[in-house]
Each structure stands twice: as structure tokens, then as C-alpha cells.
Write a protein that binds this ligand. Structure first.
Ligand code: ADP
Ligand code: MG
Length: 559
């Protein structure tokens, strides 16, 4: 049977595609600038192998020209241009990418800076324009052509006039409607900010005539408005630079410029990964907790760039929840520009990068703990709670990763200690890691239960954060030592002889305890003799897995 080709309503398909891929209209500019940059790159790569072609960097640029009156926005480039055939193939066939073909053909030479590959970016222009006109002259050709389309009902290609090699994309910006405003795409300041946001690191200058006012010559206190061509993008991103070229101040400025926070970063990590996945990243550990950090409103994530082009402002998939305090950006050549959020989650490269970043953050924190204790404690004060939640969440799946990053206040000098420090100075006869959970250290110190343990010369970890004990329950043990609450029934301190003694005492006073249990019915489950009391006559303790403190917290939680 002869196979039939699917037919598609191209108008509807175009609409559907544009609206499902892009959530924000402003990205049309990013797409068109990326295409222009690709077109210049192509000349650059050709020049690498063609001796007759000289690539003089100063001759290549992208220019953005808004015309408010005519409602026209032009994006011009001095790139490779398109022949009539290429116009037909690249702009006439949806989802056909001339750039992908170029990359495949030129695989031997590294064409990896070229961004395009999906063959849909161009059509995003129809989100803001009723008519799109392309005037182009290809490298090595004497003829220019004009491609024009209103998006829905096809396109025309005719001969045109153009002096220089390159392409002009001319957008007739839509009129405002009741619901939608398009004027902004003709405003200088708005265009500038869109370019800055998405295309700041395009490697060729993006120029625009900008209106500035300057003192009028020969006249005092008078100003005149002049048009001045400016390069809007900064071109070389800091993360592509070598680490030894950069100072601490450079990183701090970047942090501020990017508005990652109003504080100064406590630490930065500059990653240049060249292994299974190639990417650059600059990560920051902030000094202060953002005001909404411990609320549902806080959104974790890193900026994600594909080859210097911003594709997502907050990519949450790059950070595990317990490292959600990390700010910064990732740039990878292996990611595709047009990728949508849904597709991104399943992107193998992204998963690899995330894994890589996770271990990098961990090792950074670990060396900070080792070599810059004071700084680490500062960090821990701000974000330690998140780490403890990380141990507790996902049924303790991350405990191995996180346990050595935890700090608790110890009864010894009331300083923060790691579990490793605690365990390594335990006396030989000490079986457990002791802790006391409660509201404040002052109160915990007054507990009758702590007395005996301290008297034995054992250290106690004071848990004053709700999550502490929950996290510890997930860990269960550290280096084979179990955790034990000082208020639990059996402290593991009594010797066999002492145990026998208590038992005898218990039996002797059976009647008395029974009577007491009667008086306290509903308040306690049992009354027992205790060997752990010294200066206090009585104390409360718990029997099961839950300590009194945990029970209190659980009871206070809304169901
Ligand atoms: P992609 O960039 O993913 O390939 P686009 O829809 O953005 O897809 O563009 C389709 C193709 O049209 C590009 O691959 C390229 O071959 C061609 N093209 C678009 N804009 C230009 C331009 N300014 N100069 C030269 N060729 C271009
Ligand atoms: Mg493109």
C-alpha cells in the first residue's frame, strides 16, 4: 500500500507551535539576534578554511533600529545571508534549520558556537509582527531577495535591492489591542533591556542608535538630544574568562549586577567543566538568608544559558532543595536554545550538569568547614536549617551527602561541633551520642536528665531547632554510634549492678508507684524509680521512639 503523507493546516500549526514554545513575547528578539549571530559565525567558520576570505571582526555586527512612527523594527546583520534557495528552504519549511545542517556539514571544524538547530525560532517574530519581511544577500552572490509573509497565508519571494552581504529582518509591529500592548517593542529603553537580559553575551556587537541628551555647544544650561550609536551588549561573559584573570571584586560585581542578592557573597565557585558534559558556571553562597527563604514563596534555581544566550532565569532542576540557597548561572553549549521547560526536565545533559553541580557545592562547603571555620559557621547560621531538612526529607535519602555538613551546639564550651568532632572525642566507655532537645540551651542545661550524662563526663548535643531531632532520627547512627536522647528511658549509662539495684527498688515501692500512677492518670503512663537523678527529685522521660520534644512538635502541627 502506498504511504500517504500527513497533511497539516500550516496556519494553525504555526500558531500552535509559537504559542506552545514561547511563554513570553519578548523572546522574539532573542531568537532573531541569535539567528543574526549564527549568520556571522558562519562567515567566521568559512573564513577559517577559505584563504580568500578574511574575517575582520570589526566589520561584523548586528543592528537594531526601531521606527516608532512607522511601527517598524529592523534587525540587520552582516552575516552570511541567504540565497533564494536557502530562503525557500530555511524560512519556507517550518522546523527546518539551516544552522543545524551547517553544523553537521562542518563538523570537523568546530561550529559549536552556532545556536540554532530547531528551525522554529524565526517564526516567533509573528508573536509581535503582522508582517515579516526579510531582505537578504548571500555571501558570494550578486543578487538580493525579499521574502515576505503575514504568517498565516504563506510567503512570497521576489528580487530586491541590497548593497552589502547580510540580512535585514523587518518587522511591522502589531497595533495595540484592548488586551495586548506592542508599543514597548519600539521603545529604545525596552529594547535595550531585552537585549541586556537575553543577549548580553552574544559575541558580536549589537548596536542601536540611542537618544542621549548632551550640553548644547555655546549655550549654558541648555541641552540637546542627539542620536548616538551604542553597543548594547557586553559580549564577553565573565564565566568564559580564566579564573586567574579575575579578582574577588569581579565576582562580587557580577553578583550585584545580576541582582543575585543585596548582600555580598560569602563564597564563589567558578566551574569550567570539560568532561562528559561541557559547561561553565559561577555559583555563589550568599551571606544572608533572603527574607523569604524559609517560606513557600522562595523559588530556587540558577540562570541557564545556552552558549551565552539566556534560556531560563530560574532553572530549579539544577539545584536540590537542600542547596536552594545557591545563586548563580550555568552556561552550556550542549543545551539547545529553543528547549522548552517541559523538555528541559528530561534533558540528559541537564541532569548531568545538576549532578556535577551538587557534588561541587558539597565539596566547596566541606572545604569551607575545614579551612574557613568562621565563614562556615556564618553560612550555617543562615542556611543550616535547610541542610537539616535535607537530611530529614525524602526519607533520609541524602543523609550520607549531608551528615558531615551538620553542626550542633555542644555542651562542651557551647560551641558548634560536627558529628565527627563529637564522636572522635568520645570517651571509650561512651556508647551513644547524647542529645537534649528543647527550647533553649539555658533550659536544656537545667534539665535534671542532662546532669547525669554531663557528670559522667560525656558531651551532650543541644537541639534547639524543631528539625534537629527529626533529622537525627533519619540518620539513626553516625559512625556506628546511635543517637540517644537524655530523656529516653534507658540511657545506657547504668552498670549491671546499678540496674539490679533499680529493679529491687522498683519492686519495693510497687505499691507507692501504683498509687502515684492513679493520681496522675492520663498524664503519665508509668511511674518508675530512676538512677539518673542527682539534685532533682523527679524527671519526665519518654519510652518509645519519640522524645517528649518531638511529641510536642507533632501535636502542635496542623493535621
Ligand atoms: P534555527 O535557528 O533553530 O535553525 P530558525 O527558525 O531560527 O531556526 O531559523 C531557520 C533558519 O533560517 C536558520 O537555521 C538559518 O539557516 C536561516 N536564517 C534565519 N535567520 C537568518 C539570518 N539572519 N541570516 C542567515 N540565515 C538565517
Ligand atoms: Mg534560530
Amino acid at each position: 500500500m502506498a504511504k500517504k503523507q500527513f497533511k497539516a493546516e500550516s496556519k494553525r500549526l504555526l500558531d500552535m507551535m509559537i504559542n506552545s514554545i514561547y511563554t513570553q513575547r519578548e523572546i522574539f528578539l532573542r531568537e532573531l539576534i541569535s539567528n543574526a549571530s549564527d549568520a556571522i559565525d558562519k562567515i567566521y567558520y568559512k573564513a577559517l578554511t577559505d584563504d580568500n576570505l578574511v574575517f575582520n571582526k570589526d566589520d561584523y555586527f548586528i543592528k537594531i533600529t526601531p521606527d516608532k512612527e512607522k511601527r517598524i523594527l529592523t534587525i540587520s546583520d552582516t552575516g552570511i545571508g541567504m540565497t533564494k534557495e536557502e530562503l525557500e528552504n530555511n524560512l519556507g519549511v517550518i522546523a527546518k534549520s539551516g544552522s543545524l545542517a551547517f553544523k553537521t556539514e562542518n563538523e570537523a571544524k568546530d561550529g559549536h558556537n552556532i545556536i540554532g538547530q530547531f528551525g522554529v525560532g524565526f517564526y516567533s517574530a509573528f508573536m509581535v509582527a503582522d508582517v515579516v519581511t526579510v531582505i537578504t544577500k548571500a555571501l558570494g552572490s550578486d543578487e538580493a531577495y525579499k521574502w515576505e509573509s503575514k504568517g498565516s497565508d504563506g510567503y512570497t519571494i521576489t528580487s530586491a535591492e541590497k548593497d552589502s552581504i547580510g540580512t535585514d529582518i523587518i518587522l511591522k509591529i502589531k497595533d495595540n489591542t484592548e488586551d495586548d500592548q506592542y508599543d514597548e517593542f519600539l521603545e529604545e529603553y525596552r529594547l535595550r533591556s531585552i537585549i541586556k537580559k537575553y543577549s548580553d553575551f552574544i559575541r558580536y556587537p549589537i548596536k542601536m542608535d540611542v537618544t542621549t541628551s548632551r550640553p548644547k555647544e555655546g549655550a549654558d544650561n541648555e541641552f540637546e538630544e542627539v542620536q548616538e550609536e551604542q553597543t548594547i551588549n557586553s559580549m564577553v561573559p565573565i564565566w568564559r574568562k580564566n579564573k586567574d584573570e579575575l579578582t574577588e571584586e569581579d565576582y562580587e560585581n557580577f553578583y550585584t549586577e545580576k541582582r543575585y542578592g543585596f548582600d555580598k557573597p560569602l563564597k564563589h565557585v567558578h566551574i569550567k567543566a570539560d568532561g562528559a558534559v561541557v559547561y561553565n558556571a559561577i555559583l555563589f553562597i550568599p551571606e544572608h538568608t533572603p527574607f523569604d527563604y524559609y517560606t513557600k514563596e522562595y523559588e530556587k534555581g540558577l540562570e541557564l544559558y545556552s552558549n551565552g544566550v539566556l534560556i531560563m532565569e530560574k532553572c530549579g532542576d539544577l539545584l536540590p532543595d537542600y542547596f536552594s540557597f545557591v545563586k548563580g548561572m550555568v552556561d552550556s553549549e550542549d543545551l539547545s536554545l529553543n528547549i522548552s521547560r517541559e523538555m528541559l526536565q528530561h534533558d540528559r545533559q541537564l541532569t548531568l550538569i545538576a549532578k556535577n553541580i551538587k557534588s561541587k557545592i558539597k565539596s566547596t562547603l566541606q572545604s569551607m568547614l575545614k579551612d574557613e571555620r568562621e565563614k562556615y559557621e556564618k553560612f550555617y547560621e543562615a542556611f543550616g536549617r535547610g541542610l537539616k531538612f535535607g537530611v530529614y526529607n525524602e526519607y533520609g535519602a541524602n543523609k550520607d551527602l549531608l551528615q558531615d555538613l551538620l553542626l550542633f551546639t555542644s555542651s562542651k564550651e557551647k560551641k558548634l561541633v560536627t558529628l565527627d568532632e563529637y564522636v572522635s572525642r568520645m570517651p571509650e566507655d561512651q556508647k551513644y551520642i547524647y542529645y537534649a532537645a528543647g527550647e533553649s540551651i539555658e533550659r536544656l542545661e537545667k534539665l535534671p536528665q542532662t546532669e547525669l550524662v554531663l557528670d559522667k563526663g560525656y558531651e551532650i548535643l543541644y537541639f534547639t531547632d524543631d528539625v534537629d531531632e527529626f533529622a537525627i532520627k533519619m540518620l539513626m547512627k553516625y559512625k556506628d554510634k546511635e543517637f540517644k536522647s537524655v530523656s529516653s528511658g534507658d540511657l545506657g549509662i547504668e552498670s549491671e549492678a546499678e540496674k539490679k539495684e533499680s529493679e529491687a527498688e522498683e519492686n519495693e515501692n510497687k505499691e507507692l508507684f501504683k498509687a502515684m500512677e492513679g493520681y496522675l492518670e492520663g498524664k503519665v503512663t508509668a511511674v518508675k524509680a530512676s538512677k539518673r537523678l542527682k539534685s532533682h527529685p523527679v524527671c519526665l522521660s519518654s519510652e518509645g521512639e519519640l522524645s517528649i520534644e518531638m511529641e510536642k512538635i507533632l501535636k502542635a502541627m496542623p493535621n
